[in-house]
Design a binder for this molecule. Sequence first.
Ligand SMILES: [Ca+2]
Ligand SMILES: [Ca+2]
Ligand SMILES: [Ca+2]
Length: 165
Amino acid sequence: MGGSGENTIFAGSGDDTVAVANFEGWVDGGTGRDVLKVLAGALGDWNDIAYMNVGEIEVFDMKNDADETIIFDPYGIENLTSEGDRVLNGLLEIETAASFTILGDAGDTVELGGFDLEGWSRAEETVTDGETTFNVWTYVEDGVTLATLGIDAEIENVAPVAIYG
Ligand SMILES: [Ca+2]
Ligand SMILES: [Ca+2]
Ligand SMILES: [Ca+2]
């Protein structure tokens, strides 16, 4: 399944992959584990995944040989998915609707936002799904885990960054 231009894409039930060439339209993955595949150059001015025109997406895939920088804002995870990533949940043996997976290239950058940057931590142990190894990052604020991320270990630049002025 693919799309470009100002289309609205409703992927519906099942596990879908939606490839986008820009973010001018709206993408709704529907139920299931849905992968948003970002084609090279698609991001443009969009860089905060939690506030893109997408919903019910569980995997953000920017593996495209282009170097991209995205921000992950833990407060916006509800905009991305109401189910969480069941594969990541299975690997971690957790049940949460606030889990999300990010795939990317070595040259990509993931900036982790939040009011309490010390709330972010990376687990010592990685998890592996097929040929992909993931670092696991969690954001905890006031004792509550607001987000659990599986981030492709290929992505070298991953760090909490102050995004609120
Ligand atoms: Ca779906
Ligand atoms: Ca979904
Ligand atoms: Ca990339």
